[in-house]
Design a protein around this ligand. Structure first.
Ligand code: PBG
Length: 324
């Protein structure tokens, strides 16, 4: 027979051959595990729309962190579920706020774990928006002051990385300046540079109790139809001093992950968000998909698209699976 075509299948003949030419490999240290900390006591309460994900009180945090660390996961991102909310989100920048306490505790028990603080107001405001509100409008510059305050209080509590997710313009510059002024010049900013207004955040808002009480987030989070705008958003964050760039969500935005990866020379993070998790869990519980295979395929696709790191609720499961 004439060799008029390529035999691609030669490199797929055995498991060993396939492993040899595999281009993308997941590691437990690729994952950042999100945790939700509540102010009550002795709470480990499963989020109904996120099976396997829990709101944890401070006294139940250590057991969870022990599991995370034992699996080889090197980093967590911390979200607070405060008891008290007000119109200025004061719980976000209180020196003894729930996130500040959680960060300090984790760093004390697990000094080698990289602890990331999500810097936003929406979990702490009674209106549920990520900034200050006046006559139904979400204020930009006034909100920056509070976000900078929040970042400083989180760094003071021991946060290794500040991850601002609020999407106000200028938030990286405002936070960088405030951190530097307070002596935190070595604390990096992992910016939610490209964050879309997405229906994929639904379950998270249950977990964190952070649904907007009026309107939506479309005046600050991006329109999912836009690609070039993502590059503008990322560019300004890079210019303002971001050290790491997050694209969020990830699954429906792999093209954006790749664009950001190609355009900038900073580490890129994909946030595999709550809705992406919930869909998989629901289908798995119905026996409609094979969870392990599907999750590893999804996470690998994110890395293949260009994500250096992945924030994912699957971190613990995936770390177990890849070590098997
Ligand atoms: C806070 C924040 C949100 C998420 C992470 N940080 C919610 C939002 O913007 O409404 C969503 C994460 C997820 O869905 O897993 N601004």
């Amino acid at each position: 027979m004439e060799a008029s075509f390529q035999r691609h299948r030669r490199l797929r003949t055995t498991a060993g051959m396939r492993k040899l030419v595999r281009e993308t490999e997941l590691r437990a240290s690729d994952f950042i595990y999100p945790i939700f900390v509540t102010e009550e006591e002795n709470v480990k309460s499963e989020v109904p729309s996120m099976p396997g994900v829990y709101q944890l009180s401070l006294d139940r945090l250590k057991e969870e962190m022990e599991e995370v660390a034992s699996l080889g996961i090197q980093s967590v991102i911390v979200f607070g579920v405060p008891e008290h909310k007000d119109d200025v989100g004061s719980g976000a920048y209180h020196d003894h706020g729930i996130v500040q306490k959680a960060i300090a505790q984790i760093k004390q028990d697990f000094p080698e774990l990289v602890v990331i603080a999500d810097t936003c107001l929406c979990e702490y405001t009674d209106h549920g928006h990520c900034g200050l509100v006046e006559n139904g409008e979400i204020l930009n510059d006034e909100s920056l002051v509070l976000l900078a305050k929040t970042a400083v209080s989180q760094a003071r509590a021991g946060a290794d990385i500040i991850a601002p997710s609020n999407m106000m313009d200028g938030f990286v510059a405002a936070i960088r300046e405030a951190l530097d002024q307070e002596g935190f010049t070595n604390v990096p900013i992992m910016s939610y540079a490209v964050k879309y207004a997405s229906a994929f955040y639904g379950p998270f808002r249950d977990a964190a109790g952070s649904s907007p009480q009026f309107g939506d987030r479309k005046t600050y989070q991006m329109d999912y139809a836009n690609r070039r705008e993502a590059l503008r958003e990322a560019k300004s964050d890079v210019e303002e001093g971001a050290d790491v760039l997050i694209v969020k969500p990830t699954l429906s935005y792999l093209d954006i992950v790749r664009e950001v990866k190609n355009e900038f020379n900073l580490p890129v993070v994909g946030y595999n968000v709550s809705g992406e998790y919930a869909m998989v869990k629901a289908a798995a519980q119905n026996g409609w998909i094979e969870e392990k295979a599907l999750v590893l395929e999804m996470l690998t696709s994110m890395k293949r698209a260009g994500a250096d790191l992945i924030i994912t609720y699957f971190a613990k499961d995936a770390a177990k699976w890849i070590s098997e």
